[in-house]
Design a protein around this ligand. Structure first.
Ligand code: ADP
Ligand code: MG
Length: 510
């Protein structure tokens, strides 16, 4: 007889069902697992042996064959322990096999028979719910699973024995409740930033339209300070976005205590980050920083210090909103729709362009440094702004009257206008101006007559490329949205054109 338990294999954030088949036959006692298991799955045998022993149930002294079907789908991770153990228990009659058929199971076993937390419980629960089944998972992940649906049956057990008792009906495990992480502490506020009105305005526009932003300025001018205040003016996550963000966090094993957070992600990888850390992949398929920042912000501070190859690998996901990672025999896709915010000094010594300063290495200082960034990468940044040095007279100013709360209100209003526009056009995947393609852009961002004239003149004088032209239109569309205007006027285009760099940073401005 063959016992069946269903579990899942993760392909990106999708949970693909895997049938765990357990067969006991006569002959030499043996325990084999087949069906493309990786090393962790292979080691399951030892954990299962010990866990069953600790639970007072020895591994049957027969030939045990476990097949993970479909056989050609690679199986990674430690969550196969529990379904295999449940299959063995069903095969020896210690558990009712027919009841297990209503569930999907995943979990790791400790040697003492307890069930340890695993990554990916939320996507597994969503997958189980879509199949009309319940979920058997570690007790520590129960509240995470409960988010999948209010109806889904969840058995979140602490140990194998507890699960066995539950299914025998002697001690029923109650259904866990979904939990949300309290947004602890307040976010840093824009009120702390004195002066820098242009940069603050650029930050507001970037937040309103979801635009990628580059800030260039000398050290200590407040670039990092400004970027860290972006989360305080971004609109809250929609329920759908919250679930998307949490699925990725769950796959990456980053949902502490199974609680979901309603804050927009803000990821700040160090400039020494490797390709695998930033984009994803590596030995095990894992989402990288760019996916962990999905629906939120990826902040790259000291941009030219990043490995140029690593930066260029961000180009494709910035365009498509998803990362494709090629593995030995398959590919996985993770969502990665992000807003990129970057900060950099204008040159290696940091002071190029500051009045009264000449770099020791002359122009080469700035040229070499900025040369580390490729044109196509910079092409994906809609707004570039110079952040000048703060002067002592700025710092002794009283704090600005307007803080993050007021700015966030305007941003939210502009976002609402965009959502309304895109849903009226029947565009499901688009929610901000930054995501709009060239063809649609010409339709939704038609300048009025004098605006069109200004744009034509500027395009010629500044030798705007096609990409540069569309970038200006996109930003102008957001500026009009901030003003609650349907038409794009001259004033919006003039401001949009100003978010290109000047002087020393000319090479970045094209
Ligand atoms: N505009 C400003 N208003 C108030 N404090 C500032 C401002 N700019 C810089 N500072 C102070 O200087 C410190 C360094 O700023 P930082 O954002 O790290 O500069 P950058 O990233 O441009 O090198 C901040 O922590 C803050 O205390
Ligand atoms: Mg800094």
């Amino acid at each position: 007889m063959v016992a069946h338990v269903t579990t899942v294999s993760f392909q990106g954030v999708d949970a693909v069902p895997v049938d765990v088949q357990v067969q006991l036959t006569g002959g030499q006692p043996m325990f084999t697992i087949v069906g493309l298991p990786d090393k962790t799955v292979g080691e399951s045998r030892e954990r299962i042996r010990a866990a069953l022993h600790a639970s007072g149930l020895a591994l049957p002294a027969r030939r045990i064959t476990v097949n993970l079907a479909p056989a050609d789908l690679p199986k990674e991770g430690s969550h196969y322990d529990l379904p295999i153990a449940l299959g063995i228990l069903a095969a020896i009659g210690a558990l009712p096999g027919d009841q297990l058929g209503d569930y999907i199971a995943l979990g790791e076993l400790a040697l003492d028979g307890t069930i340890a937390e695993v990554a990916g419980v939320l996507p597994a629960a969503i997958g189980a719910n879509a199949m009309g089944r319940g979920l058997i998972c570690p007790s520590g992940c129960g509240s995470e699973a409960a988010w999948a649906s209010p109806e889904i049956a969840i058995v979140a057990g602490r140990s194998l024995i507890q699960l066995a008792n539950h299914f025998k009906g002697t001690q029923v495990i109650s259904r866990p409740e979904p939990k949300i992480r309290e947004s602890f502490g307040t976010l840093p506020d824009l009120k702390d930033v004195k002066g820098q009105e242009t940069a603050k305005r650029a930050l507001e526009i970037a937040a309103a339209g979801g635009h990628n932003l580059l800030m260039v300025g000398p050290p200590g001018s407040g670039k990092s300070m400004l970027a860290s205040r972006l989360p305080s003016i971004l609109p809250p996550l929609s329920p759908r976005e919250l679930l998307e963000v949490s699925m990725i966090a769950s796959i990456a094993g980053q949902l502490a205590d199974g609680r979901l957070s309603d804050r927009r992600p803000f990821r700040e990888p160090h400039d020494s980050a490797s390709m695998a850390a930033l984009v994803g992949g590596g030995l095990k398929a894992r989402p990288g920083e760019i996916s962990l920042a999905h629906n939120g912000v990826l902040f790259l501070d000291e941009l030219p210090e990043f490995n140029p190859q690593v930066l260029d690998s961000l180009r494709q996901p910035l365009e498509s909103g998803a990362v494709v990672i090629a593995r030995a025999n398959h590919r996985v896709t993770y969502p990665a729709r992000i807003q990129l915010v970057a900060a950099m000094n204008p040159c290696r010594c940091g002071m190029a362009g500051t009045p009264g300063h000449t770099c020791r290495r002359g122009r080469a200082c700035a040229e070499d440094y900025q040369g580390r960034l490729s044109g196509p990468f910079l092409d994906r940044i809609d707004i570039r702004v110079e952040v000048g040095a703060v002067t002592a007279s700025d710092l002794i100013l009283p704090p600005p009257a307007e803080g993050s709360a007021e700015v966030a209100k305007r941003v939210l209003n502009a976002r609402r206008r965009q959502e309304k526009r895109f849903s009226a056009l029947g565009l499901d995947g688009v929610s901000t101006n930054a995501q709009v393609g060239a063809a649609l852009l010409e339709e939704i961002a038609k300048p009025d007559q004098s605006g069109a004239r200004l744009l034509a003149d500027a395009a010629q004088a500044m030798r705007l490329s096609a990409r540069g032209y569309h970038r200006v239109l996109k930003v102008a569309r957001t500026l009009a949205d901030l003003d609650d205007e349907d038409r794009i006027g001259r004033i919006h285009l003039a401001e949009a054109l100003s978010y290109r760099l000047s002087g020393e940073m000319r090479s970045l401005a094209s």
